[in-house]
Design a protein around this ligand. Sequence first.
Ligand SMILES: NC(=O)C1=CN([C@@H]2O[C@H](COP(=O)(O)OP(=O)(O)OC[C@H]3O[C@@H](n4cnc5c(N)ncnc54)[C@H](O)[C@@H]3O)[C@@H](O)[C@H]2O)C=CC1
Ligand SMILES: O=C(O)C(=O)[C@H](O)COP(=O)(O)O
Length: 390
Amino acid sequence: MSAVSGLRIVADENMPHVEPWFSGLAHSLTRKPGRTLTRDDLMDADVLLVRSVTQVNADLLTGTPVRFVGSATIGTDHIDQAWLAEQGIAFHHAPGCNAQSVVDWVLSVFARLHLDFELPWWQRTIGVIGAGNVGGKLVDRLKTLGVRTLVCDPPRAEREEREGTLGQDDFVGLNTLLQASDIVCMHAPLTRPGEAGQHATEGLIGADQLALMKPGAWLINAGRGPVIQEGPLQSALDTQCIHAVLDVWPDEPRVSERLLNAVYQASPHVAGYSQEGKWTGTRMLAEALHHWANQPLPSGPDLPQGPTLNAAFFSQDTPEHLGSELVQALHDPARDTVAMQQSVQGDHIPPHTFDALRKEYPKRRELAAAEVSNVPAEAEDWLRKLGFRL
Ligand SMILES: NC(=O)C1=CN([C@@H]2O[C@H](COP(=O)(O)OP(=O)(O)OC[C@H]3O[C@@H](n4cnc5c(N)ncnc54)[C@H](O)[C@@H]3O)[C@@H](O)[C@H]2O)C=CC1
Ligand SMILES: O=C(O)C(=O)[C@H](O)COP(=O)(O)O
């Protein structure tokens, strides 16, 4: 195939590192707000680069010259992949790009629970629903830390049974996981019956499922909001003794004040927003587009060196306490919660305010980017297992 260049590229204005990686291929590079992108914006575009807020389907692309769509995300529920394939439009996304970021975000929530409630989460049973790139990494990290984990992932369990590769994780059914877990972490994609049949996840967690949870258990969702039904969740938080931490919302980008007030920690769909995760998402699309265009990938930008944390400045009561404080130093979910609470207008956070919180989100690094100095010998093993470099 001959090399393609001079592409007219339209990219989401919130996608970082686009110029250094794509300008060599571009005749024009136009940045647009992804949420409000229209068909008219694409009448002169060959390539469309989006994030999770743009619905890419026949309504958006019919009659446009777009031949390549890239989404710098793990999730693909905003993309009508079947329609793109029918039209012969190439599609690429970025599987796993920000998986470590989400795992580190979960650890920051655990650290908050430890510091606020003295909850020794490492001695509890943690259930993970959806064990792909994100959930699988989380399970591995928890096992390394010696935590008892339960995994519910029926599509993976079926595939591994078919392929004879069962054994790495002990899969359990959803009901068993909900009944037996002290903390439930949700990392399933948003899928509908048409594409995923009996394993569709939309509305997977409703009143019957919430009623199975242990009194006092925690439900953490960093997958997609509509996997949990809003009404039953609200009732369970109001009347049952369960607690929730939400990064994604049933009616996102609108968040009701009532639900916001009922959860312990809240964030505006930013679990994957580490600098590493965003950098990798854009780079994976750059690789895919350069491959499609039969052009060599330019050397892109590098991320700055991560921070150094001096353990001597943190409480060293126990290794776990030091770990929680260091994790909070890199990312404190309480900061996001306050920002969400301050964004309520009337009885909800409006979509444009939710999007503004995401657009202006402070830079965040993954645990592995941070180097910790002056670590007491007894804490070294725990900090390494959490993911820090010493
Ligand atoms: N909050 C955030 O910022 C982010 C959210 N996400 C969301 O997390 C989801 C998961 O990400 P990855 O693990 O990288 O995706 P993945 O595709 O690698 O894994 C998803 C796993 O969920 C499993 N699954 C599917 N249906 C299920 C069901 N009914 N019950 C239990 N498990 C089921 C699949 O078999 C698969 O193993 C993404 O689809 C995306 O929607 C991803 C990145 C950032
Ligand atoms: O990768 C995914 O999937 C996500 O959920 C993204 O982290 C969401 O970020 P945006 O694409 O909406 O910026």
